[in-house]
Design a protein around this ligand. Structure first.
Ligand code: URA
Length: 256
């Protein structure tokens, strides 16, 4: 371990990396979040608390722990897509004992965590991975990864409603940013709205549509960034292809 706050320091030593980068790769937090953990004195290297974010460590030789729990880089990176059924919570452990997405992770997989969340009653595309760095950067609001939803709503939004949804809806946590929206289907007393948002606030789609007077009856996510849900059946999970992972990486750099 070498302590330094300067990322441009000469000769940091072969195979070393900055502590916050290591923690991000280990899936502990984003780089920024890892800096906060370090500054809060929650990170130790070889048993010693380290409070300098620029500290360089050798992942092969140093033991890094957060709150006393050892953090490690997974040997094999897993990327899977789940078509989440309704009634399943997007957590790894639910204190209320409800079914969680863990029940859908393939046998033999390491501990995977979800990239973002779907509400319990929302169905559709959920990505899970043990690639902490990719997950954190995809979830970072800076990259505005588009997420596409089909919402069955009460009634049919009119032109004014659609304009409001596109331009920004005033929610209690602030105005939403620009969205794409269209009525995809009209039914007897409901309609299906296709909505693309680039934020990821809690229950955002439901709140946006309620705010314009069209509460959601059913919600499905049909695309995340460059990846469509396609024909994956509810409750089924599949590994991403190398091309899909590459496309996600590009999206995580703001290139898609
Ligand atoms: N917006 C919602 O309201 N719910 C979800 O599950 C995802 C986006």
């Amino acid at each position: 371990m070498t302590t330094s706050t300067n990322s441009t320091d000469a000769d940091p030593g072969p195979g070393t990396e900055r502590l916050q980068k290591f923690l991000a790769r280990a899936g502990v937090a984003s780089r920024r979040g890892a800096e906060d953990l370090i500054a809060a004195g929650r990170v130790s290297v070889n048993g010693e608390v380290v409070m300098v974010p620029g500290t360089r460590i050798d992942p092969a030789a140093d033991t890094v722990a957060v709150d006393g729990e050892t953090a490690g880089i997974p040997e094999t990176l897993w990327y899977v897509m789940l078509n989440k059924p309704a009634g399943v919570v997007t957590t790894m452990d639910d204190p209320q004992g409800r079914p969680t997405v863990v029940g859908y992770i393939p046998e033999g997989a390491p501990r995977l965590f979800p990239i973002g969340r779907l509400d319990r009653d929302t169905t559709g595309l959920l990505l899970l991975t043990n690639d902490g760095e990719l997950a954190h950067s995809l979830m970072h609001p800076r990259f505005h990864v588009p997420k596409v939803y089909l919402a069955e709503v009460d009634g049919v939004p009119d032109e004014q409603d659609l304009r409001t949804l596109r331009d920004g809806v005033d929610l209690d946590d602030g105005r939403t940013s620009a969205a794409e929206v269209e009525v995809a289907e009209r039914r007897r007393s409901t309609s299906v709205v296709r909505l693309t948002i680039r934020e990821g606030r809690k229950r955002q789609v439901r709140r946006m549509l309620s705010a314009v007077g069209h509460p959601v009856r059913a919600l499905e996510r049909i695309a995340y960034g460059p990846l469509p849900l396609g024909a994956l059946a509810p409750g089924r999970v599949r590994a991403l292809t190398d091309d899909e992972v590459a496309a996600l990486r590009a999206a995580s750099r703001g290139e898609a």
